[in-house]
Design a protein around this ligand. Structure first.
Ligand SMILES: NC(=O)c1ccc[n+]([C@@H]2O[C@H](COP(=O)([O-])OP(=O)(O)OC[C@H]3O[C@@H](n4cnc5c(N)ncnc54)[C@H](OP(=O)(O)O)[C@@H]3O)[C@@H](O)[C@H]2O)c1
Length: 332
């Protein structure tokens, strides 16, 4: 049964990743939260991070018994455990799809009131008719090729079905774009394919050159969000600051790959994005494309969301623009 103390008990799967580092300091500081239970596979000492509210359990979301134990007494379950890179094989699906359903069911069985899930802008797919500035009313549809985007869309549908059967558990879905900040790209050794050029060494090398290197860069539209702003949005869901449902979240401002190249230290010369979108769509249709190459589909159509609902209904306000999120990552 959920806690009867005044503060919330929050169970978090995957608290040691990028999103975890955005959320955990906020849960630690928030007087409305009295206890956090974290579960992920590797050993981890929350005290070393100053997360004294957290009780950490080593466990796997493929293991329903471990989840049952972790969710016991939880008022809210935040599900962050996922494999973003690594392929479209059975193991990835077992962690991403089965693991998410296992976690939802464990939360429902434990009597939790809210289930908060980190979906993604990728859930919309990269379809030719996706408008620039998608609102939450736009349908979530599986991408043609990219396994990650397909799983995100599939999971949103599956979770809606599960939630309809367990209406006592309120479902919150957040859809962020690429997340930046000290604990993500540049701060990690592995990160999602589309932004591989942001590798820390590469970025450092070009930024240090006395004269910028010219580079022709397609004017592809991008949104970013800072990990702290993701944490703030997750917290708003944890405390039910707005009604359950799906929320697009992103830092203000739409960037271009040209802006990214300039921040990396290049003298960027803009090229039209159209030919790159067409080439990416053609490349994504190659049969038997390795999973690491499937990310090319993300460049086949501009993916840009409208974030009004999160601001007006969830009371969320990003502290970093997309550009500031990028700059903070490159400077960290
Ligand atoms: N980062 C982004 O740019 C981005 C953008 C949009 C949406 N999202 C979504 O946000 C969520 C969190 O992403 P993130 O960037 O924080 O991921 P991350 O940095 O890769 O962290 C993943 C977390 O999940 C844990 N984990 C992985 N497999 C597990 C398993 N089988 N059982 C238990 N724990 C497991 C990891 O710890 P162990 O390895 O120790 O188990 C880690 O704590 C994901 O659903 C992701 O798709 C991310």
């Amino acid at each position: 049964m959920p806690s009867t103390t005044t503060g919330l008990t929050v169970a978090v799967t995957g608290p040691t990743g990028t999103f975890g580092y955005g959320l955990m300091p906020l849960l630690q500081a928030d007087p409305r939260v009295s206890k956090v239970i974290g579960i992920a596979r590797r050993p981890f000492d929350p005290a070393a991070e100053g997360w004294t509210k957290m009780e950490y359990r080593q466990g796997d979301v493929r293991d329903p018994a471990a989840l049952r134990e972790a969710c016991e007494g939880a008022d809210v379950v935040v599900h962050l455990a996922f494999l973003i890179v690594g392929g479209s094989g059975d193991m990835t699906r077992a962690i991403n799809v089965d693991g998410t359903l296992n976690t939802f069911r464990a939360a429902a069985d434990a009597g939790a009131e809210r289930f908060v899930y980190a979906s993604s802008i990728a859930a919309y797919g990269f379809h030719k008719d996706n408008p620039v500035g998608m609102t939450e009313d736009w349908p979530v549809r599986p991408a043609d090729k990219l396994f990650y985007a397909q799983e995100k869309a599939e999971l949103e549908h599956l979770l809606q079905q599960e939630a309809a059967e367990r209406p006592e558990l309120a479902l919150y879905l957040l859809r962020p774009p690429v997340v930046l900040g000290p604990h993500t790209i540049g701060g990690k050794t592995v990160f999602p394919g589309p932004l591989a050029p942001l590798n820390k060494h590469l970025q450092g090398m070009f930024r240090r050159l006395p004269v910028p290197v010219p580079a022709a860069v397609p004017d592809i539209k991008l949104q970013f969000i800072h990990e702290d702003d993701v944490g703030r949005a997750l917290l708003q869901c944890v405390v039910a600051a707005g009604p359950p449902g799906a929320y697009n979240i992103a830092g203000d401002g739409v960037l271009s790959a040209v802006d990214v190249a300039r921040e990396l230290g290049f003298l960027a010369v803009p090229l039209p994005a159209g030919p790159v979108h067409a080439a990416a769509r053609a490349a994504s249709k190659v049969p038997l494309l390795p999973s690491s190459m499937q990310w090319v589909e993300a460049f086949s159509h501009p993916a840009v969301m409208d974030t009004t609902r999160a601001k007006t209904e969830l009371g969320w306000e990003p502290q970093y623009t997309g550009l500031e999120a990028l700059q903070d990552t490159l400077d960290s």
